[in-house]
Design a protein around this ligand. Structure first.
Ligand code: PLP
Length: 390
């Protein structure tokens, strides 16, 4: 292995690079989570996090990874045997659906199969909901940004399809790899539960996850009968009123969260979203310049937080990643599920800038060449041209 000097390039699509300011903030001593100082911090954070979700309603914070927040969204709102409509947009959508099945929800009849290159289709949703005359579907689950594919779903259009069908199902949206990176509006888009995690656009280590909750979802939680205890919103929201929790919160991650939210507010959310969109566009320019294909098939749905790159037949994406790690000390995302060995994923989200992207793409280009994948070396230049001009 080449000796390591300088910083590792952590260009997987999360966990992302944690800014030094956030690391320093988390290095402060752990304090009494029932004391006045921590309560004041909690109350500040519960307010400061709302704009990132685009909500005025409650945001529940769990000391758990995103998977926990998936479960919380389901068990708080649904009852055994409820029908849930899921779209097969990729690996994470598939895992969420499997979780719903494991919890005793009915996920087979309303499943929308997909090719892992497109987002959830609002027209298909409109048809499915129009056909559901008994209003038996209780929730629609959509992953906003499929981390396995680099494809986003158009949540505003999903909402419009639900409204056009005048269907009462709840809309549950996973923003684990889009929150704080890609424009997102929980209230405006009429989302009922937004699921998120700390380790991607929020620039924190893994360990926190979130549910933003609409009034309708909160009402549903009063009659929902799936078993729940730790994930139950009600005692948490009750305790949050006084700045406390129904369990021991992740104290030091909260220090980091306050610093990360301060950084996002200082940059301004519109600029944060524009930065990610631009880096996504520059990355796609490089991929196409190399003569390779971006997995995302519809440019409207291309992700600002990561790009999945298809390697040509006869080549192994994991071999490319291995060479890049060994030679250039850079980690890229592996192909997940059915995409194993066929794609690698470039994360361009979080604490990131033009030169971080230039370094990342230079490493990818050299790795492709070393792996014997035929590429046009003008790819990197195409990305640099885009960043220089915009
Ligand atoms: N949803 C999406 C879109 C993800 O990318 C991930 C993880 O990467 C998850 C859910 C699961 O979150 P976690 O791994 O934090 O449990």
């Amino acid at each position: 292995m080449t000796p390591r000097t300088g910083r590792h390039f952590l260009q997987i699509p999360g966990p992302t690079n944690v800014p030094d300011q956030v690391l320093r903030a988390m290095a402060a001593p752990t304090i009494d989570h029932r004391g006045p100082e921590f309560s004041a911090l909690t109350l500040r954070l519960l307010d400061a996090i709302k704009p990132v979700f685009g909500t005025d309603g409650p945001v529940v914070i769990y000391p758990a990874s995103g998977t926990g927040a998936w479960e919380a969204a389901l068990v708080n709102t649904l009852s055994p045997g409820d029908r849930v409509l899921c779209f097969e947009t990729g690996h994470f959508a598939t895992l969420w659906r499997e979780m719903a099945r494991a919890l005793g929800l009915e996920v087979d009849g309303d499943f929308v199969a997909g090719d892992w290159r497109h987002g959830a289709d609002p027209d298909v949703l409109a048809e499915k909901l129009a056909a559901d005359k008994e209003r038996a579907v209780k929730a629609v689950c959509v992953v906003h940004n499929e981390t396995s594919t680099g494809v986003t779903s158009r949540i505003a259009e999903i909402r419009q399809a639900m409204d056009a069908a005048d269907h009462p199902a709840l809309l549950l949206v996973d923003t684990v790899s889009s929150l704080g990176s890609i424009d997102y509006r929980h209230d405006e888009w009429g989302v009922d539960v937004t699921v998120a995690g700390s380790q991607k656009g929020l620039m924190l280590p893994p360990g926190l996850s979130f549910n933003a909750v609409s009034r309708k979802a909160l009402d549903a939680s009063r009659t929902a009968r799936l078993p729940k205890a730790f994930w139950d919103w009600q005692p948490i929201i009750e305790a949050n009123r006084l700045g406390s929790f129904a369990y021991t919160p992740a104290t030091n991650l909260f220090y980091g969260l306050e610093e990360a939210l301060r950084m996002l507010a200082a940059e301004g959310l519109p600029s944060v979203y524009a930065r990610h969109a631009r880096h996504g566009a520059a990355t796609r320019a490089a991929v196409r310049g190399w003569g390779l294909d971006v997995l995302c098939a519809d440019e409207r749905e291309a992700s600002g937080s990561l790009t999945a790159v298809l390697v040509p037949d006869g080549h192994d994406a994991d071999k490319v990643r291995g060479i890049i790690l060994d030679r250039f000390d850079m980690s890229l995302g592996a192909g997940l599920g059915r995409l194993g060995g066929r794609v690698f994923r470039i994360g361009h989200l979080g604490n990131f800038n033009d030169l971080s992207l230039a370094g990342t793409l230079a490493g990818v280009q050299m790795g492709l060449e070393l792996a014997g994948v035929p590429v046009d070396s003008g790819g990197l230049g195409a990305a640099l041209d885009l960043m220089r001009s915009e």
